[in-house]
Design a protein around this ligand. Structure first.
Ligand code: PMP
Length: 301
């Protein structure tokens, strides 16, 4: 059995409700075709006792872009969204944990684009205060689809079928996470985070046009790199560069900046510390309210 959290409350149909009250009919496109778009948000306790959600407005904007690309009605104002996110956090936050919120917009009515109605659901889960441990990763045989098949830019569940298959492949091969290549067999991303490497004193990460989600964490890390004189670039990355990199990390809202100790059993030589420094700078930014993290903070009683 896998121990999944089952919080007491959930936001559904514009209210905080008991967990069991969030129900969707099996004939809705949300279930029938897996039609949804979503965001993963992270909240950190701050030194002043408030809880700050990282770049909430930027997540709201990407959420809207995903909905637009799938022609899903999105009728939540920024104020309503921000209040709802802080509402569910306020109902569930625990002082000794940080929190992860999954915001999902489900297509609950309509058929092939007609008569559509969506509903926002917010789930919040406890996450440890501790930073993630370094991991070993492999390169998956599964790939990211191209932009006119299943655009990586859209954060929708269909994009995570391949992530699930890669994760299961990784489990068999003894890796915690897997890197997906794109249709050109260059590096794209993992199932749930971006990939960055260090070579020749520069940090590089593939741009969205390589089959990568438009990551908010990468934008924050890029700002922190600029402020700390760390060379940072977005460019295509070959698979073999993963095997000769000085450093590798996976980067995302949940992963933060997680150091990778080996890719496909090629150990990282430890000959650079730029991603190591960026990991510290990122954690410091999100947990102490550095402007780069664009936190939305509230106090809860
Ligand atoms: N790629 C994928 C496939 C993801 O699911 C995520 C996590 N949202 C990321 C990259 C990183 O994006 P972000 O920094 O916005 O969390």
């Amino acid at each position: 059995m896998v121990d999944l959290q089952r919080p007491e409350f959930i936001y559904f149909d514009r209210q905080i409700r008991p967990w069991d009250d969030a129900r969707i009919h099996v004939s809705s496109e949300a279930v029938f075709r897996g039609l949804n778009v979503f965001e993963g948000l992270k909240g950190y306790w701050q030194p002043d006792g408030s809880l700050g959600v990282v770049a909430l407005q930027r997540h709201y904007e990407r959420f809207q872009r995903s909905a637009k690309l799938l022609n899903m009605p999105f009728d939540y104002s920024w104020e309503e969204f921000e209040d709802a996110v802080h509402g569910i956090i306020g109902a569930l936050a625990q002082k000794d944990n940080n929190i992860w919120v999954r915001a999902t917009l489900y297509m609950i009515e309509g058929h092939w684009g007609l008569g559509q109605r969506t509903d926002l659901c917010l789930q919040a889960f406890q996450t440890p205060i501790e930073r993630p441990d370094p991991i070993e990763v492999g390169v998956s045989t599964w790939k990211r689809a191209i932009d006119n098949v299943l655009p990586a830019r859209i954060k929708t569940s269909s994009n995570y079928q391949v992530a699930r298959l890669a994760r299961m492949e990784g489990r068999k091969r003894g890796y915690a996470e897997m890197i997906l290549l794109n249709s050109q067999d260059r590096v794209a991303e993992t199932g749930g985070s971006c990939v960055a490497i260090t070579r020749e004193g520069r940090v590089s990460t593939p741009p969205p046009s390589e089959g990568v989600l438009e990551s908010i964490t990468i934008d924050i890390v890029e700002k922190l790199a600029a402020a700390n004189d760390i060379a940072f670039e977005r460019r295509p990355i070959d698979r073999t560069e993963l095997h000769i990199a000085d450093e590798t990390a996976i980067i995302g809202t949940l992963a933060e900046v997680t150091k990778v100790t080996a890719v496909d059993d090629y150990a990282m030589p430890g000959t650079a510390d730029l991603l190591e420094r960026l990991a510290d700078l990122y954690f410091d930014a999100v947990s102490t309210g550095n402007a780069a993290a664009e936190l939305s903070c509230r106090h809860y009683t």
